[in-house]
Design a protein around this ligand. Structure first.
Ligand SMILES: C[C@H](O)[C@@H](O)CC(=O)C(=O)O
Ligand SMILES: [Mg+2]
Length: 441
């Protein structure tokens, strides 16, 4: 029992929460020109009164479909106790992802996998809260044996066995306490994407960049991919503002074919981007490998992962040297369980992890995973940073804390994705006040 209680899950509620971010072009890129940052927001009720909060990130219209999938999974969760789940977490992960009928929808990809993440994120939140009053989620995943017991190694044992994973985690125990103290003091390095969404005017870019520099940001990501001349102008403008010693990344959100990606990015080489993110289809592993090879002489790496749908895909990206930066996502993969597998594979291949964040709630969630990565797996900060986007944090009960462009470790109990009840009510689609006003317009 966890602190003397089994915490039986007696109900699962899921709500469609949407923010009209597209109105001001926040979050816009070459493929998502009108994103309304949204979440399928899950609350688990237990017989002890303790609740677990989880979410998966989506964009507007897709949210209702994710809600249906969460409701379809609810029957596998209600009636289970937290104790029962975490004593065989690998088994529970498999129960959700390998249901004989529902796996036909994935398996382990698309809407059903986003729904799995929402449910499991809520379970991890519940677990962390059950462990103690001030137990942030990243502290729940510290014991090597317990960590490997949460991972489903099916389909990845050709590159990472349970024994190897355990060995990595046990070796990383050395220096763990110092790294934890270092994080508490300094925080984890971050970069910002808030300055340069594709729909922003040059005036806005300049203003946001200059505000960012004043607040201590030194790493900036710019959206590209709609128009080459426009990209050259915008990237040169930003490089000039941030100076040669700051880091610049560019993100095309899957806009190009392989050859087009190589020629387009070569034209942007003069602004010295560290990486090109999602140059082509997120499923095209060999395409990414070709792009990586062509851009390596220019000193530009390839980053991808926000739409890389499972550990098997990541395994192949790593095997094929198709990426130089692994961008895990707290909701695209099957929650913490599957992210742990990817962090360990990235470590084995010695490829740095730079998580995708932003949206609504992704920064709150992923900060736990990257802290875990540094403290318990990689012990390395070289070429590593976590994305930060400055939107919608005010809707959370424990929003992320950024200090001097670093994520400060969360101190509140849980997985940091509980939303304020009032925010959920106001933004619930289509009944919330925000949407009633929007629909009337
Ligand atoms: C639609 C989202 O805003 C997307 O552009 C985010 C993204 O690619 C990133 O943060 O990276
Ligand atoms: Mg991106």
């Amino acid at each position: 029992n966890i602190r003397g209680m089994s915490h039986k899950i007696v109900n699962l509620r899921v709500r469609d929460v949407r923010f009209p971010t597209s109105l001001e072009q926040h979050g816009s890129d070459a493929m998502h020109t009108d994103p309304d940052y949204s979440a399928a927001y899950v609350v688990l009720d237990t017989d002890s009164g303790l609740k677990g909060f989880g979410l998966t990130f989506t964009l507007g219209k897709g949210t209702e479909i994710v809600l249906c999938a969460v409701k379809a999974l609810a029957g596998l969760v209600i009636g289970k106790s937290l104790q029962e789940i975490v004593s065989n977490f690998r088994g529970f992960y498999r129960l959700l992802t390998s249901d004989g009928q529902m796996r036909w929808l994935g398996p382990e990809k698309g809407v059903i996998h986003l729904a799995t993440a929402a449910v499991l994120n809520a379970v991890w939140d519940l677990w962390a809260r059950a462990e103690g009053k001030y137990h942030a989620m990243y502290l729940s995943i510290q014991d090597p044996k317990q960590i490997v017991s949460c991972i489903d190694f099916r389909y990845i044992t050709d590159v990472l066995t349970e024994e190897e994973a355990l060995d990595i985690l046990v070796k990383a125990q050395e220096g763990k306490k110092q790294r934890e103290d270092q994080m508490l003091k300094e925080g984890y390095p971050a970069y910002t994407t808030s300055c340069a969404w594709l729909g922003y005017s040059d005036q806005q870019l300049k203003q946001l960049c200059s505000d960012g520099l004043k607040s201590g940001w030194t790493r900036f990501k710019v959206k590209v991919g709609a128009d080459l001349e426009d990209d050259i102008r915008r990237c040169c403008l930003i490089r000039k503002m941030i100076g040669p010693s700051s880091t610049l990344m560019i993100d095309a959100n899957q806009r190009w074919d392989v050859a087009e990606a190589i020629s387009w990015v070569s034209r942007l080489a003069e602004v010295k981007p560290l990486w090109i993110e999602e140059p082509t289809s997120p499923d095209d592993i060999l395409g990414h490998a070709a792009i990586s090879k062509a851009l390596a002489p220019l000193g530009i790496g390839v980053a991808t992962g926000e739409q890389c749908h499972n550990r098997v895909m990541f395994k192949q990206f790593l095997q094929a040297s198709a990426l130089q930066f692994v961008q895990i996502d707290s909701c695209r993969l099957g929650s913490v369980n599957e992210n742990l597998a990817v962090l360990l594979m990235a470590y084995k291949f010695q490829v740095p992890v730079c998580p995708h964040a932003g949206g609504v709630g992704l920064c709150e969630l992923v900060q736990h995973l990257i802290l875990f990565d540094y403290i318990c797996v990689s012990a390395d900060l070289r070429n590593r940073m976590c994305e930060y986007v400055d939107h919608l944090h005010e809707h959370f009960t424990s929003p992320v804390v950024i200090q001097d462009a670093h994520y400060m470790p969360p101190k509140d109990p849980g997985y940091s994705c509980e939303m304020l009840e009032e925010s959920v009510n106001r933004h619930e689609y289509p009944e919330g006040d925000i949407w009633k006003q929007e629909i009337k317009k």
